[in-house]
Design a binder for this molecule. Structure first.
Ligand code: IVH
Length: 280
């Protein structure tokens, strides 16, 4: 339909309309996908770059909560963020981040990703919930794709993140299927999640069939966090996908709620960027 509109506009330039859907180029929102509003906005995280800043986060959190708390360390996957909605164990919708409020419905493309469950295993999942994660193009797939492009003298893709984002927005899902994308999941949202602890909800998600990283550590003190940071700064180089840091989250959902959000990001989590990635 967009093609038809484009043809009509070319044939009748006198009807040019700056609000035409054909004019929406260059935005993350692609007019040929249906736009949908996120039930829970997709926020970003504030970045930190040193152990000192992580310590500041720890102290801030300790003072606000004024109680014992746990932190969970996870890798920060460097792909294209996605929100999946499951109803009665069936994948019903997949929405890109878009501008955080509205995203593109890319369900038909996401359904081609083999590691993403279309139907969940078990029977202890909530009737309706959202799960957020990252769509990634593994390094091997990325390198192969660029090799082909080089042979065809086509422009090379800059990095796996752009490649994954571009692939998710392709119009032809059969093409998407060939690209061998992967998905890692790290955050559940909904009314009746199985546990108050984020770390436990991730174990449930793994049991239901989602790919959840093994690089997860529940930490009771800042030293545990620092140990994770230095360990994964090295280990991540052996992973099949790109990571650019560590996400540090308060484990308890009740404590998360008490800490709340600023305009842009949660107060209960931060991102720590690996040194090598800071310039990028
Ligand atoms: S949690 C409210 N966990 O980083 C925050 N995000 O700058 C919920 N990301 O938009 C996100 N790995 O696309 C979380 N283990 C992880 C992550 C992760 C990568 C991305 C995500 C988010 C961005 C925040």
């Amino acid at each position: 339909k967009l093609n038809e509109l484009e043809e009509l506009e070319k044939a009748h330039p006198e009807f040019f309309d700056p609000n035409s859907p054909t004019q929406r180029v260059g935005s993350d929102i692609n007019s040929s996908f249906k736009q949908v509003k996120h039930q829970y906005p997709m926020l970003s995280l504030s970045n930190t770059y040193s152990e000192g800043e992580v310590m500041d986060f720890y102290e801030r959190t300790r003072k606000s909560l004024n109680a014992d708390f746990e932190l969970v360390c996870e890798l920060k996957y460097d792909g294209s963020s996605i929100s999946l909605i499951y109803e009665n164990g069936i994948l019903t919708r997949s929405i890109t981040r878009g501008d955080g409020e509205m995203g593109d419905d890319v369900t038909s493309n996401v359904k081609t990703i083999r590691s993403i469950p279309l139907r969940l295993q078990g029977d202890d999942f909530p009737e309706k919930f959202e799960i957020r994660g990252e769509i990634l193009m593994p390094w091997t797939v990325f390198d192969e794709l660029n090799k082909e492009r080089e042979e065809q003298e086509e422009p090379l893709l800059a990095n796996p993140r752009n490649a994954a984002a571009g692939t998710l927005k392709m119009q032809n899902s059969a093409e998407v299927a060939k690209r061998k994308l992967d998905g890692y999941f790290y955050y559940l949202l909904g009314e009746n999640l199985p546990s108050n602890l984020h770390s436990e909800n991730l174990y449930f998600a793994r049991k239901w069939g989602f790919k959840v990283s093994d690089a997860i550590k529940v930490c009771k003190k800042p030293e545990d966090v620092f140990e994770f940071l230095s360990r994964w700064n090295v280990e991540r180089k052996n992973l099949p996908v790109a990571t650019d840091g560590v996400v540090i989250k308060v484990n308890s959902a009740v404590q998360q709620r008490n800490l709340g959000f600023t305009a842009k990001s949660p107060r209960w989590a931060i991102a720590y960027k690996f040194q090598a990635e800071q310039a990028v």
